[in-house]
Design a protein around this ligand. Structure first.
Ligand code: ZN
Length: 540
């Protein structure tokens, strides 16, 4: 009898703890199932964390329901970044940030403070300095760093990633002596390692410990949630990263949803026993795809172009794989049931990937949702090939605003028609997924939404927008960061819109994003972030 009473009491306690939640008095905005902008006033969330009902002004008489008044604030579905690097976001954020330093003295002060605040860091890693902005206008040296930290290695990268300065302890750890020859394509002077020489030190940086990985994932989650992202596709997950994500899932500390794409065929074989995973931890982790690379990036002239670079006519960039190699690797992934996401920046790389997917579609049918990551520079003649081959364009609006001047230099004025061609792609009925490529760009999706609708950066540059014919509408932009990103991850039955049966992932923001100018939209602040019907982040 006594045990029965206790059991009954426990049941009652848990049933009140598992009450439904009504979020009411909201200015709800989402892209509806019909692709049009839909307004709503609240949602009723079941005790399973899923949407029970979307409200359009009606009053509900409910018992056993927690009421949360949104105070008339704007509510959106949780935003989804269709292309990011989750662990790298966390690791980068935990490193010493040297952007904006104005002198060697300021670099030294920040290094000193960081070393004091991180006594357990075995190596001190940092990045972001630019000697052009310093009063001294000279490169930093090992001696500059030794004066502040000499007890452990220090390695600080320049803003462009093409040089880094080591202290003496780092050079010692790497076995460097004055007799060490810089490898070809590299240079070493007074502790400054340039280009190919950087690998001498980088090869010796210890792999992150389990504790460091867990800290990085925690930091990445905090950054995602505070920026309104409730989910992201992780492009190129490695075995250690997959393990960290699973540890968080098992510990109940995974508060974002990660759609994982294994890093290449080796990553695919090393993760999850070489098979796609189930949807784990209440749909918070899923390995569904493999990420491959067709070429490099435009800035470093690694993007593979059909014609020579305008600003370096002796090169067309880098082709990473032959047609046969790409098809072999793609087949290895597709035959194992994986989705494919292939990085392609240059027009030659994009044409190669499209041809590969055309072949795969003949073998595997047309709902395998082949993804091209970036799809930055395309030959206008190739763009109409996307839709028939069942290809999704996974694009990053802030790459356009960051890259436009560089892209003009690399390609010249006559080859920009198929560059960052969002509206052209959209008009052809090709599914679009939007993302940021964090930490290459900020994980904040609002500057991305603003760039998508304006082709302008957060400061409104250039006036009128860059190639404004490729702007998309607000509903198309929001769709790219919600439904489109969910569809691109085979997750549209679970997330991407607030409808009965899908997870109650949503955010409350400080302004009506459907009514403001692009630059105001880009500065939207997130107030609350909810995942699976629970508030997991709140602005303090
Ligand atoms: Zn990326």
């Amino acid at each position: 009898m006594r045990t029965t009473l206790i059991a009954l009491a426990a049941l009652l306690a848990s049933s009140s703890a598992l009450a439904d939640t009504l979020v009411t008095n909201a200015n709800g905005i989402q892209v509806g199932a019909n692709g049009k902008l839909e307004h709503f006033t609240g949602i009723l969330i079941g005790d399973d964390g899923k949407v029970k009902r979307l409200l359009h002004g009606e009053m509900l008489k409910l018992s056993n329901t927690d009421i949360d008044d949104a105070g008339g604030k704007t509510m959106l579905p949780g935003l989804i970044d269709a292309h990011g690097h989750v662990m790298a976001l966390g690791f980068t954020a935990l490193q010493l940030d040297l952007t904006g330093t104005k002198s060697v003295a300021e670099l030294r002060q920040r290094l000193k403070d960081f070393a004091a605040a991180n006594p357990d860091a075995r190596w001190i890693l940092g990045r972001g300095w630019n000697q052009e902005l310093w009063t001294e206008k000279r490169f930093p040296t090992a001696a500059d760093l030794d004066a502040v930290v000499s007890d452990r290695p220090v390695w600080l990268g320049r803003v462009d990633g093409h040089a880094a300065v080591a202290n003496s302890a780092a050079m010692q750890a790497a076995g460097y002596s004055l007799n060490t020859q810089a490898p070809s394509g590299g240079r070493i002077e007074n502790g400054l390692f340039v280009d190919a020489a950087m690998s001498l030190i980088e090869a010796k940086i210890p792999a992150p410990t389990v504790a460091e990985q867990d800290a990085a994932l925690g930091k990445a989650q905090e950054l995602m949630l505070s920026n309104g992202l409730t989910a992201a596709a992780d492009m190129g997950t490695g075995p250690d990263e997959w393990a960290a994500m699973n540890r968080a899932g098992q510990a109940g500390s995974l508060n974002v949803r990660i759609l994982s794409y294994a890093g290449g065929i080796p990553g695919m074989k090393a993760i999850n026993g070489g098979k796609p995973s189930d949807w784990l931890y209440g749909d918070r982790l899923h390995l569904g795809g493999v990420k491959l690379y067709a070429d490099g990036a435009l800035g470093s002239r690694g993007a593979w172009l059909k014609a020579p670079y305008h600003d370096m006519p002796d090169t067309r960039g880098l082709q990473f794989l032959t047609d046969t190699q790409m098809l072999e690797q793609a087949n290895a992934a597709a035959s194992g049931g994986y989705q494919l996401a292939i990085h392609a920046i240059g027009d030659a790389a994009n044409a190669q990937v499209i041809s590969t997917f055309e072949k795969l579609s003949r073998t595997y049918g047309n709902d395998r949702r082949w993804r091209i990551e970036h799809f930055q520079i395309a030959d206008p003649a190739d763009i109409p090939r996307l839709k028939p081959a069942g290809i999704i364009a996974s694009m990053q609006p802030t790459h356009q605003t960051s890259d436009r001047l560089m892209a003009e230099k690399r390609l010249g004025p006559d080859r920009l028609t198929g560059a960052y061609a969002w509206q052209t792609v959209e008009k052809l009925g090709v599914p679009i997924a939007f993302g940021s490529d964090f930490p290459v760009e900020s994980p904040n999706p609002f500057p991305g939404l603003a760039a998508a609708v304006s082709r302008q950066d957060i400061n409104g540059q250039p006036p009128g927008g860059w190639r404004p014919e490729e702007r998309v509408s607000f509903q198309q932009a929001l769709g790219g960061f919600t439904r489109g990103a969910a569809y691109a991850g085979f997750a549209e039955s679970r997330i991407g819109g607030l409808e009965a049966g899908k997870w109650a992932d949503f955010i409350i923001v400080d302004r009506d994003v459907s009514k403001v100018d692009p630059q105001v939209l880009g500065r939207t602040q997130v107030l609350e972030t909810w995942v699976g019907g629970k508030k997991v982040w709140e602005k303090r």
